[in-house]
Design a binder for this molecule. Structure first.
Ligand code: ZN
Length: 202
């Protein structure tokens, strides 16, 4: 399986990092070795002094497809969960300045925290509310309808380049409120008021 991620998919987050709002989705990938599951600890890597949390809605592909039209994209996923795209912001900044790919800053071991999933039957895809709490305080709050590129648009776009396979994950971008994590922080992700993910920083 592969992990596909969308950058800058919420305009407030693009602004907080000083980036322009993109015309097409900004896409990068993480290797499967990046995954840590719900309740597993996240270890800050030795090469970074500035790892940020980015809480994101994650959809799971349930049917193989390529060059999927947006109007058919809904039939390629039926579960949504929460993930944290841990980002070594200092490393990413250096890579950006040199015009280099972001994988070292985004794809390292443990950088794809993955919580539980729920079935999407009967849910309004524009009304999925989610949040991340750090040490009990809400720090990132988002809603699917605020995404610049919808789930269907993302699937249509990425499937022009990559064949999507059953089990592939798409991290759909983070809302504003990213910040540095420190040893001892407790991160908890909620879909609505349902706890879907918890992770302690070590
Ligand atoms: Zn992200």
């Amino acid at each position: 399986m592969k992990i596909i991620c969308v950058g800058r998919n919420y305009s407030e987050h693009a602004k907080e990092l000083g980036n322009a709002v993109p015309v097409n989705p900004v896409i990068f990938c993480k290797p499967d070795t990046a995954i840590i599951k719900n309740k597993e600890p996240f270890y800050i890597p030795a090469f970074s002094n500035d790892v940020h949390h980015e809480v994101e809605l994650v959809i799971k592909i349930n049917k193989t497809g390529k060059q999927i039209q947006e109007k058919f994209a809904r039939s390629y996923f039926n579960e949504v969960g929460l993930g944290i795209d841990f980002t070594a912001r200092d490393v990413q900044q250096q890579l950006k300045e040199k015009g280099l790919p972001w994988e070292l800053a985004k794809g390292f071991d443990g950088s794809a925290c993955l919580g539980n999933f729920i079935n999407l039957d009967g849910l309004d895809l524009n009304e999925i509310k989610f949040s991340l709490h750090k040490n009990g305080n809400p720090i990132q709050i988002g809603k699917s309808g605020d995404m610049i590129f919808s789930f269907e648009k993302i699937i249509s776009f990425v499937s022009q380049y990559f064949t999507l396979k059953v089990g592939d994950l798409i991290y759909t971008g983070t809302p504003a409120g990213v910040s540095k994590v420190s040893i001892g922080d407790k991160l908890e992700g909620f879909l609505g008021d349902k706890l879907m993910l918890s992770c302690e920083v070590k």
